[in-house]
Design a protein around this ligand. Structure first.
Ligand code: NAP
Length: 244
């Protein structure tokens, strides 16, 4: 079992799906976890399920002012942040020819710019303490591209460039920065895909099954732990062998 006791983790998008699984796994491993999303009732329900020390924070990660307050509130409630997981994400799929500027901007704001704002906000403290872990949840689509998802794929590819760049900037301060690229994980985000699309995706997965939130949570717990102490700037692909 991975040991994260004594650590404080902030997980965005923790109200459901992959973020909920990561928060639950971190909590099982002994971390104190700040659960962040917009929907307060959903966060309360997640916190009620977790046995460990958690606190909930309702915030829109694309709102810069909200983020400055969020970091202060989390550190007051739980203590200095050791681990940041930039997981909150949205899709607004469509072919480029029909994509509105708002569909482009809102996806970049939540999936990419919020990671910049949150990471910058926690980094000052981590630099002083010479200790920190940042884990960005990207996607295999950020590596391969995907028709109908140019906004989403661009945000996820941007997150990979961001991960590698700040890994280089912060390595000397013992702040390790990595990304996880999930494949096709069963969550609300993928629930509405047509059955034939799901079948086609399944046929490309070597392990022959869709992923679960726990598959990503296990990778995140590893990257947050001492076991990953010599890993930074990496993209860990967790996709059942879909993209090789
Ligand atoms: P999901 O089930 O739709 O959950 C998304 C989470 O993000 C929710 O907790 C949502 O909570 C939160 N969120 C969305 N917009 C937000 C905002 N503006 N401010 C704060 N929180 C916000 O999605 P998921 O499948 O778990 O995806 C999680 C991450 O994994 C995303 O970055 C996604 O791109 C990535 N990913 C998913 C898959 C997949 O197959 N599912 C594959 C590759 C990568 P509220 O709505 O309450 O704010």
């Amino acid at each position: 079992m991975i040991d994260l006791s004594g650590k404080v983790a902030l997980v965005t998008g923790a109200s459901r799906g992959i973020g909920k699984s990561i928060a639950a796994e971190f909590s099982r491993c002994g971390a104190r976890v700040a659960l962040v999303a917009r929907n307060r009732e959903a966060l309360e329900a997640v916190a009620a399920e977790l046995a460990g020390d958690t606190a909930i924070f309702s915030a829109d990660v694309s709102d810069n002012e909200a983020i400055a307050n969020l970091i202060k509130d989390v550190e007051t409630a739980l203590g200095p942040i050791d681990i940041l997981v930039n997981n909150a994400g949205i899709t607004k799929d469509g072919l480029l020819i029909r994509m509105s500027e708002d569909d482009w901007d809102s996806v970049q704001a939540v999936n990419l710019k919020a990671a910049f704002t949150l990471t910058k906000a926690v980094t000052r403290g981590m630099m002083k303490r010479r200790n920190g872990r940042i884990i960005n949840i990207t996607s295999v689509v950020g590596l391969t591209g995907n028709g109908g998802q140019s906004n989403y794929a661009a945000s996820k590819a941007g997150l990979i460039g961001f991960t590698k760049s700040i890994a280089k900037e912060l390595g000397s301060r013992n702040i390790l920065v990595n990304a996880i690229a999930p494949g096709f994980i069963e969550t609300d985000m993928t629930a509405d895909l047509p059955a034939d699309t799901k079948e086609a995706l399944l046929s490309q997965i070597a392990l022959g099954r869709l992923g679960a939130g726990d598959d990503i949570a296990n990778a995140a717990a590893f990257l947050a732990s001492d076991l990953a102490g010599y890993m930074t700037g990496q993209v860990m692909v967790v996709d059942g062998g879909m993209v090789m």
